[in-house]
Design a protein around this ligand. Structure first.
Ligand SMILES: [Zn+2]
Length: 477
């Protein structure tokens, strides 16, 4: 009986299908067209592309390198890495011979401040959805797959742009942001603070959370958790006396509540001597390494024991003194007037004026981090001050890493898999099967000279080549 009923329903359904088949076909065609338009409007390819990059040096991102290797890309993913004979793609796959070139995972900047830089001006007046997207595209242009903006973004707007990017509305580096915490009315550098406060007023959105008491610390962390923001940036800095420093009892309360809510705390601290207390509280990363005499062997070992990472952030001090506008690598993405100002300024040095004793101090301190196997992560603080540019500064920081004692391979790891792991970007930072196809094709081998990360032949994000020429044409206007 059950079978009969079932059979009966089945027949009936078939009748219905037969009767309405022409209408169903039209409907399915329209549905297909709608999906196609939807996909196109989200920038995704309708047909998954499938290609093999062959005969190329692959710097995996974990410290290993494969010579004359092949990389199979299907859609937005890497689906195989190894020798061509191991991968054996079917005959239909498009093979692109990259003899002589090198592929690295796209880079990640773990400390920046997006939105305020306008290139001819800097400040809250420049912060907009369009400017955020432009900054993310500047990162992409320079071969970055992601950037962490550290506690200076209006939360609702930042979230909206983040989601639009992830949805494929535009092609750029991924956008990560944090809630900022400091004593009430304090936080970023004095100039920056004026602009974040103005932007909060203008947008009616939250950027900074002023913490005045232990109770309030708990309440605010829960408020941030409710907004699904997974990182809090705290400022522990008196700015040379112009601001109030976040007290240990307050950062301890913030960190304790953050742990309860699965939130990570990254610190801006003015001095290395603040690091042990912050580590003790549970801070997981330091956005300003404070490399120098204050950071010795002992703190390095404490950092490792606590499994905390360090963004040395050394370019912030030195790049702003150089005539960077005359560097063609930067100039390619700047309006001519800005490049000229930075290249010809009498205040900027044509040649670095490094003092050997200071260099030795920095190298010794950096060496302690390396010896203790501390997770060193690339970050630049780009955008926190005028003329400290997105993407460009990341390549410069890599040069500094090598100058301070890293091998080029270590520097690349610090800019790829390490930040990906720390920022929870599970599918970035490595060239391995299953990872997002976000990588940079270089003309020259960066393992021989780290400055070769500048020799960008092409950038791929989500398996698609980025239109760098088109982007640069927009940037220089
Ligand atoms: Zn910063």
């Amino acid at each position: 009986m059950l079978i009969e009923q079932s059979f009966g329903r089945s027949i009936k359904r078939n009748d219905v299908v037969r009767q309405f088949w022409p209408a169903i076909v039209v409907f399915l065609q329209m549905l297909g067209l709608t999906l196609l338009l939807l996909q196109q409007s989200y920038g995704q390819q309708v047909e998954e592309s499938r290609f093999l990059l062959d005969n190329v040096r692959v710097i995996v991102g974990d410290g290993t390198v494969l010579e004359s290797a092949a990389l199979l890309i299907e859609g937005s993913r890497i689906t195989a890495v190894g020798s061509r004979s191991e991968i054996e793609p079917d005959v239909s796959v498009e093979v692109i011979d990259l003899s002589g070139k090198t592929i690295i995972p796209a880079l990640i900047d773990s400390h920046a401040h997006l939105g305020y830089e306008g290139h001819t001006s800097w400040g809250a007046e420049n912060y907009s959805r369009e400017n955020l997207i432009e900054h993310l595209q500047r990162y992409a242009y320079y071969g970055f797959s992601a950037v962490f903006s550290a506690g200076s973004d209006p939360d609702a707007l930042a979230y909206e742009v983040q989601q639009a990017q992830l949805g494929g509305e535009f092609s750029s580096a991924r956008f990560l942001f944090a809630a900022g915490m400091a004593p009430p009315g304090q936080g970023p550098n004095d100039q920056f603070l004026t602009h974040t406060v103005a932007l909060e007023k203008e947008t009616g959105q939250r950027i900074l959370y002023g913490v005045g008491s232990v109770e309030q610390a708990g309440e605010l962390v829960r408020e941030i958790a409710a907004k699904n923001i997974s990182v809090i940036k705290i400022w522990v800095d008196d700015r040379g006396g112009s601001q109030q420093k976040l007290a240990p009892e307050l950062y301890r309360a913030i960190a304790a509540e953050a742990v309860e809510n699965g939130i990570e705390i990254y610190a801006h601290q003015q001095y290395a001597e603040d690091m042990p207390g912050l580590l003790d509280a549970g801070v997981s990363g330091f956005l300003h390494g404070r490399i120098g005499v204050g950071l010795g062997r002992e703190i390095a070992q404490q950092l490792t024991a606590a499994n905390a990472f360090v963004v040395p952030n050394m370019g912030l001090g030195e790049l702003r003194r150089e005539a960077i506008g005359s560097d063609p690598f930067l100039r390619a993405s700047l309006p001519e007037s800005v490049a000229a100002r930075l290249g010809e300024s009498a205040q900027r040095l044509r040649e670095p004026d490094r003092i050997e004793a200071r260099e030795a101090e920095l190298r010794a301190s950096f060496g302690h981090l390396l010896d203790a196997n501390v997770d060193i992560v690339l970050g630049t603080d780009a955008g926190a001050v005028p003329d400290h540019f997105f993407g460009y500064t990341g390549h410069r920081e890599l040069e500094i890493f090598v100058r301070m004692g890293m091998t080029p391979m270590q520097a690349i790891v610090a800019a790829t898999s390490k930040p990906a792991q720390r920022l929870g970007l599970d599918d970035l930072g490595l060239l391995q099967s299953g990872y997002s196809a976000d990588f940079v094709v270089l003309d020259e081998n960066p393992l021989g000279d780290i400055r070769n990360t500048r020799s960008i032949s092409s950038v791929f994000l989500n398996g698609k080549v980025l239109d760098r020429t088109g982007l640069a044409a927009g940037f220089v206007q």
